[in-house]
Design a protein around this ligand. Structure first.
Ligand code: SF4
Length: 370
């Protein structure tokens, strides 16, 4: 038997087929795994319907799937979220976050090539593509600890840069994984490949689009290596997808004081999103000493949200619980490698800082022109 690591769904399927699995066996095994149930679940004995070679291989296969991720550390927060740092079989680590209300946030890459100036994950560029099975395994891990009804691809990485793996994971989760299609959220900075591929998938996830500004020049500074699509082009492409799927687009906006909280931006948002099938999630940034960006006051953020509401834009103001704000992703992993300190001393206790993104960045900040 070929012992390629089972990091991708396609490799798992291939191995099962070589053991004599037919489509129904394959789906059953993937279903029980994705739903975190034992492979001998069900009333019918395996002997009555599964080929012997496949049946005999199940314990080893289950073990290989269980070995895809190992818990390194867990960090509960007071808002009900919990961050897990999980090691993959090659030793690289990802962050997975259990969210309040039965959600889980999955990482699709280690590192990220987009390089958003306020994000820890983007600091060192792309380190590794996470395999589709490693993404489903993050959901399986979460399900072993709490119920999961919603999966958001908002953890470390840009899903558009690992599209085949993300689509494969979404396909499994949205079929045998028992997650409603609209409860799978593909989060992206916007990429032409996303708008081309997503409508063709068997499972069509909801779309979250990190907009952050209505100004193309400012967006190019904040998200330096995002595809060069203007905010107008992004909204136009996203609107087509919203109409195709029947789900509103979730626009993400990290509020940076004096940069994208201006009256000009409010006008820009009204112009851009009026009449669109959309929801705007505004998340005030959490300030850190090393960066020039500041968090606007909650009052100012609430005033912006209120104004937008009055102008007809459905706006939700959120605090950055767990991983809600992109600036929070990758922090546990970054701290894991800080100065080779043991993890316990390198990771601040999440429990003491609920609803916060504890960013510590050591790169020289870029100057952003408001
Ligand atoms: S915010 Fe998202 S897209 Fe931007 S660098 Fe971080 S992980 Fe990548």
């Amino acid at each position: 038997m070929n012992d390629l690591p089972l990091t991708q769904i396609s490799t798992i399927r291939e191995r099962l087929r070589r053991l004599g699995a037919q489509s129904l066996h394959e789906q059953r095994i993937l279903r029980l795994w994705a739903q975190a149930k034992p492979q001998d679940s069900g009333r019918r004995p395996l002997e009555s319907f599964m080929p012997t070679a496949l049946r005999n291989a199940l314990p080893e296969l289950s073990q290989s799937l269980a070995n895809l991720l190992q818990l390194q550390s867990a960090h509960p927060a007071q808002d009900g979220s919990i961050r897990w740092l999980l090691a993959m079989s090659d030793g690289q680590t990802v962050e997975t976050v259990g969210l309040p209300r039965d959600g889980v946030c999955v990482s699709s890459q280690v590192g990220c090539a987009v390089g958003c100036v306020f994000c820890m994950t983007g600091r060192d560029g792309l380190i590794k593509q996470v395999g589709s099975a490693e993404m489903v395994a993050q959901v399986v891990f979460a399900r072993q600890h709490r119920p999961v009804k919603k999966v958001v691809f908002m953890g470390m990485g840009e899903p558009a840069h690992n599209l085949d793996n993300v689509m494969e994971a979404i396909d499994v989760l949205g079929t045998v994984g028992n997650i409603a299609h609209k409860s799978l959220v593909f989060s992206t900075v916007g990429d032409p490949r996303v708008f081309e591929r997503l409508p063709k998938g068997l499972v069509k996830p909801a779309l979250a689009l990190s907009l952050h500004t209505t100004r193309a020049d400012l967006r190019a500074q904040l998200l330096p290596r995002a595809p060069q699509m203007s905010p107008e082009e992004l909204v136009q492409a996203a609107e087509i997808y919203a109409q195709q799927t029947g789900y509103p687009i979730q626009y993400q906006w990290t509020l940076l004081k004096g940069i994208n909280d201006t009256p000009e931006e409010i006008e820009g948002i009204v112009k851009l999103l009026t009449g669109k099938y959309a929801l705007l999630n505004m998340i005030p940034y959490n300030s850190v000493d090393d960066l020039p960006y500041q968090r606007p006051s909650w009052e100012r953020a609430a005033e912006i949200a209120r104004t937008l509401h009055q102008r007809g834009i459905l706006t939700k103001l959120r605090n950055s619980a767990g991983q809600d704000v992109e600036g929070g992703c990758g922090q546990l992993r970054a701290r894991h490698f800080l100065g080779n300190k043991p993890l316990d001393s390198a990771v601040p206790k999440m429990t003491s800082m609920p609803n916060s993104t504890m960013i510590k960045v050591t790169v020289s900040p870029k100057k952003i022109t408001p």
